[in-house]
Design a protein around this ligand. Structure first.
Ligand SMILES: [Zn+2]
Length: 276
């Protein structure tokens, strides 16, 4: 069965993906990747989207209404089902993902990194963005995060891994989108990510690159509309997908990942995989 890495670049709207990520678009043009539009759940709020991306159920079911009151979810998710099937999982993400899918509250000394063979997250490497604010971007360097995920792939042999970074979401909240700062930030991230995608593909991983939600031109999200909800989803792999003009529902991502990993999709994930 394929191994798969899911890369979530937080808060990147569809229009930024398609005009500013030249390496990803180059792979679409060369036929090595496919791209679709994906629409986030409502609210298009980060924590609500994270919970939906990995459980495949909407906020109206998992009850994560905003970025507050983070807790352990009591629903099957990608980590729990993959671990049950005997696969090794990895996470290089914001600490919310550890709280939702392993344990809460997040204890920075206990939980900043762990290796727990029983799962559900076999190898976790987290960051908190503690001290984050409009004028104080506390995201780690994306290069470091990509390096950490690559170590989990090459040293720990994970079958499934997720990487999530808030760099571009933070840039959007600070600068908005019609500005040279955002042009440069997307250009840099595309250039940093590309060699890692090449390396992961060489190592036999399928790769999905997408965002949790978009942002308005003012750098807002949480509500409805194509600017706040619509993102691109790039897929590198051998699975069959829908026609290019089909808009993927964010709830289809969890069942798609499990389907590609050869893991049984739980009954709670009703949206249906977009990949076979
Ligand atoms: Zn977000």
């Amino acid at each position: 069965m394929p191994k798969l890495l899911l890369i979530i670049l937080d808060g990147v709207p569809y229009r930024n993906w398609r005009r500013l990520f030249g390496n990803l678009e180059g792979w679409v043009q060369s036929g090595e990747a496919r791209v679709w539009k994906m629409r986030s759940v409502l609210p298009s709020t980060s924590a609500s989207c994270y919970a939906s991306i990995h459980t495949g159920v909407p906020p109206q079911v998992h009850h994560i209404w905003d970025n507050a009151d983070i807790r352990r979810l009591d629903l099957p998710d990608v980590f729990s089902e993959a671990t049950k099937a005997g696969l090794k999982t990895g996470a290089v993400t914001h600490s919310y993902w550890s709280e939702f899918f392993n344990r809460a509250p997040f204890d920075v000394v206990r939980d900043i990194e762990y290796d727990e063979p029983e799962g559900p997250i076999t190898h976790g490497r987290f960051h908190t963005m503690h001290g984050y604010g409009h004028d104080n971007q506390m995201t780690p360097a994306d290069y470091d995060l990509f390096g950490t995920l690559t170590r989990l792939a090459e040293v720990k042999g994970i079958d499934y891994g997720i990487l999530h970074t808030c760099t571009l979401d933070s840039m959007g909240h600070r600068f908005g989108h019609d500005c040279t700062e955002m042009d440069t930030a997307c250009f840099k991230l595309d250039g940093v990510l590309a060699p890692f995608i090449h390396r992961w593909r060489q190592a036999g991983y399928e790769v999905i690159v997408t965002a949790d939600h978009g942002q308005s031109d003012r750098g807002h999200h949480g509500g409805r509309g194509e600017d706040q909800q619509d993102v691109a989803l790039y897929y590198f792999g051998a699975g069959e997908g829908p026609a290019p003009d089909v808009v993927i529902d964010e709830l289809q991502l969890a069942p798609a990942i499990l389907t590609r990993l050869g893991v049984k999709v739980p009954a709670t994930m009703t949206a249906g995989s977009f990949l076979t």
